[in-house]
Design a protein around this ligand. Structure first.
Ligand code: ATP
Ligand code: MG
Length: 789
């Protein structure tokens, strides 16, 4: 077509084409993994804008993760030279935040409201439970948190819940007290972001009409994982019958958030309520080779509750799916690192290699192995940069600069570093605050004596820093607060504080990166409000160069300060490890957070009964089906290579577990698999004991390998063994020998040093001498010299 000047449509298949160019009416796309659902959404936005059917302001697109929304923006800018700043593309939480920033007053929030991340939420609830003098064993803060989040996702305020029994009555009371506390402190949790914006839309006709008129097109990715409130929220922006273009795309086989209230049923409801004329199905997979796709298809065919779709690929079989059985979690980590290094040497970017695991706890061993081998990696979720203690301390000081009434932050740092403010003084302060209904900051006057004056000194420190940092750049503000608060000093004096100081330095880097990325700079100016049409409700849209995700205040047109924006970013994107942004790094994440993404090579680790499928879910049929969908998601992330691995023993939560391989192996087509390890050889019963005691000695499996007890090199390597083994501390003691580096031996010639163990007379080295093979050598005897290369 002539209008397709930039060739947007030329690579689409007929079904995709139909979806991209569909008229502006409700449309449901139901299709399997890698069939181009996300691509269709992105292309449609580009198409609508290119053909002048909509301006950037008229589109709202909802994605599931921050990573996904960034990817959509990137794909979009690659297709069309459009200024995507100010476009409503983001996660539900991100969009709600944006909405509430623009309408904070109507939403009953303070202008600088802060967002509680999940850890903050639990500690805020804990404070409520303590203040109410309730038993924390009976009302476990985390569980109370689930109750409250569940209620909010049902759009229920405390008054809407039926007090069916005593327990529920108390829970309702906690919910109420928690709400009051949040309101007083000017903070909102994740569920509140959704509920608040939903309620504002529902209760305010003018706002509702404004947004319904504004958004001619809504597009929702990963619709199968929306919950009840999210669907209701969408209906506020685009109710059935209002004539907007609403496209929802989803895959029932990838619904993996039922435990958090996701409703696959939303898809059927959508089809019915929006009177969808024809459900579009996409059946061609463009992502994976057929060995990978066949594995996914065969596995998921075991599920009974499915809407039914087919998925095929024209790509050939590709590499077989490689399966590796390790003797321990260490060996598993080491194996996958060596494989990953081999891939990297073959030209695969590190960021195209993903290591997936079912539970966050599994990442530790893999992380430490990567770390020791000096391989850059990046973790999504789990061990989060913004959740590290020192970073949270710094953020709390920054939050207090923005909003001194934020009690969570106040409590976190009022006596950190220590300022002679004891538990007793805090209790007095909390009582006073409760009685007067004011914040802790506002109540310091109520505490007398030495502690009282120490508290005064603390609030003065906050106030004076706030004055001092007026007009400074974000970087300067953070540098100032780190010094003035005494945090830097504290970690400088702490003999184990080096890492923490480094993280504080990374916080400054993260802030810099954020400022540049979001376009806060001298040219970030908001158009004055009076340039808007008279009488229009300002959602802050017509802004010249507004920072991408932050909307100016509806009344003043003021763009959020870089500091406030950065703090929001820190709460919303706690899962992104900014410290390593931009580096080519191996990607580590849970299967849950890998949804929607794709990589050249994927490792699925810990495929053991009890771990994957997880023991909490394996017992009931629904749980098991959800685990299987998770496995389906994991498998379908891979483009070219897929590796599955499991381990006979694993340290988890401080216990050694002896594992059986996952039942999922029996559900995969044998023809697509290649076992790198021979069928499991039975270790004598002595093995377990020996392994255990090796662990206790702190040497673990390594020493057993060294002692020839375990041959962990049975694997038929696709590649010769590679030298990225874990680096040992003893390096220095062995006359300049370095793991991973070349060595020379008078008899065997040149080799690569794989392992160094023991010390003194006991020192041993494992070396790969190429055609002479792999050898263990006693260093007291063998003369090894390092080769500089
Ligand atoms: P998931 O269910 O995992 O979210 P998806 O259905 O959203 O997958 P996409 O991520 O949109 O799938 O597409 C998968 C891959 O296939 C992407 O790399 C995409 O660019 C590519 N792709 C999609 N459609 C086509 C096409 N018509 N021609 C070539 N490549 C395509
Ligand atoms: Mg997708």
């Amino acid at each position: 077509a002539a209008v397709d000047a930039t060739g947007l449509l030329k690579n689409l298949n007929p079904e995709q084409y139909a979806a991209v160019t569909a008229p502006a009416e409700p449309c449901l796309i139901l299709a399997g993994a890698g069939s181009g659902k996300t691509r269709v959404l992105t292309t449609r936005i580009a198409w609508l804008m290119q053909t002048g059917q909509v301006t950037p302001a008229g589109v709202m697109a909802v994605t599931f993760t921050n990573k996904a929304s960034k990817e959509m923006l990137t794909r979009l800018t690659a297709m069309l030279p459009v200024n995507v700043r100010g476009m409503w593309i983001g996660t539900f939480h991100g969009l709600c935040n944006r909405f509430l920033r623009a309408h904070w007053k109507l939403a009953g929030l303070p202008q600088g409201f802060q967002i509680l991340d999940s850890a903050d939420t639990v500690s805020a609830i804990k404070r409520v439970i303590r203040a109410m003098k309730l038993d924390e064993e009976r009302f476990v803060p985390k569980q109370v948190g689930w109750f409250i989040a569940g209620a909010k996702e049902d759009a229920k305020r405390p008054g809407d819940i039926e007090p069916i029994d005593e327990q529920t009555k108390t829970l309702i009371a906690i919910y109420q007290a928690y709400e009051d506390q949040c309101q007083r402190e000017g903070v909102v949790d994740f569920a509140e972001l959704m509920l608040r914006s939903y309620e504002l839309m529902k209760g305010n006709l003018a706002i509702r009409e404004h947004y319904q008129r504004r958004f001619q097109h809504l597009l929702v990715d990963e619709f199968q994982d929306t919950n009840k409130l999210q669907y209701a929220w969408l209906k506020m922006f685009a109710p059935p019958g209002r004539g907007q273009g609403v496209i929802a795309v989803g895959d029932d086989d990838q619904s993996i958030y039922a435990f958090r209230g996701a409703r696959v049923g939303n898809m059927a409801d959508f089809e019915r309520e929006y009177r969808v004329k024809k459900v579009i199905k996409l059946e061609q997979n463009y992502r994976s080779f057929s060995n990978i796709l066949d594995s996914a298809n065969e596995l998921i065919s075991r599920n009974s509750k499915r809407l039914g779709k087919t998925l095929r690929t024209d790509a050939g079989p590709g590499e077989p799916v490689r399966v590796y059985e390790a003797a321990s979690d260490f060996a598993e980590a080491q194996w996958l690192i060596e494989e990953a290094q081999a891939l990297h040497r073959q030209g695969v970017d590190r960021k195209e290699i993903a290591v997936l695991y079912r539970s966050n706890a599994q990442s530790r061993v893999i992380e430490s192995a990567l770390f020791n081998a000096g391989i850059p990696y990046r973790v999504y979720g789990g061990l989060r940069f913004f959740e590290r203690a020192e970073v949270k301390h710094a953020l709390s000081y920054l939050r207090l600069l923005e909003n001194a009434n934020d009690d969570t932050s106040f409590l976190r740092v009022v006596n950190f570093p220590t300022r002679g403010i004891g538990a007793r003084a805090i209790e007095l302060l909390q009582d006073a605050a409760r009685v007067s209904g004011r914040s802790l900051y506002q109540s310091v006057g109520a505490v007398t004596g030495k502690a009282g004056s120490n508290l005064q000194a603390f609030t003065q420190l906050i106030d004076s820093t706030r004055n001092l940092t007026q007009g400074l750049t974000l970087r300067e503000i953070i540098e100032q607060i780190l010094e003035i608060s005494g945090l830097s000093e504290f970690y400088r004096n702490d003999k184990d504080g080096a890492d923490r100081l480094e993280n504080l330095g990374e916080l400054i880097n993260a802030a810099e990166a954020f400022v540049t990325q979001e376009g806060f700079g001298k040219d970030a100016v908001a158009l004055p409000v009076d340039e808007l049409a008279p009488g229009a409700i300002s959602d802050g849209f017509p802004v010249a160069v507004a920072p991408a995700n932050f909307t100016p205040d509806a009344e003043t047109g003021e763009i959020m300060s870089p500091l406030a924006a950065f703090l929001t970013h820190a709460s919303l994107e706690a899962g992104d490890n900014q410290a390593q942004a931009g580096q080519d790094a191996v990607q580590l994440m849970t299967v849950h957070s890998s949804k929607g993404l794709e990589f050249d090579a994927v490792f699925i680790t810990g495929l053991e009964e009890g771990l994957f499928p997880h023991e909490n879910s394996a017992s009931d049929a629904d749980g098991l089906e959800e685990e299987r969908r998770l496995m389906y998601v994991a498998i379908t992330r891979a483009r070219q290579r897929l590796y599955l691995c499991f381990s006979q023993t694993r340290m988890l939560h401080g216990q050694t577990r002896y594992n059986v391989k996952s039942r999922f192996f029996d559900e995969l087509p044998e023809s697509a698999l290649k076992w790198l390890t021979p069928p499991r050889q039975a270790f004598g019963s002595g093995f377990a004991k020996e392994y255990q005691s090796a662990w206790e000695r702190g040497s673990g499996l390594k020493s057993m390998v060294g002692a020839g007890r375990v041959n962990h090199d049975k694997a038929a390597w696709a590649e010769p063994a590679v030298p990225a083994a874990m680096k040992k501390k003893e390096d220095a003691e062995h006359g300049g020998l370095k793991v991973g580096k070349g060595v020379f031996h008078t008899k065997f010639g040149e080799g690569v040093l794989l392992t160094l163990e023991g010390s003194g007379a006991d020192a041993r080295a494992q070396v790969n001498f190429g055609r002479h093979g792999m050898k263990w050598l006693a260093l007291s005897v063998a003369k090894l010299t390092p080769i500089d290369a």
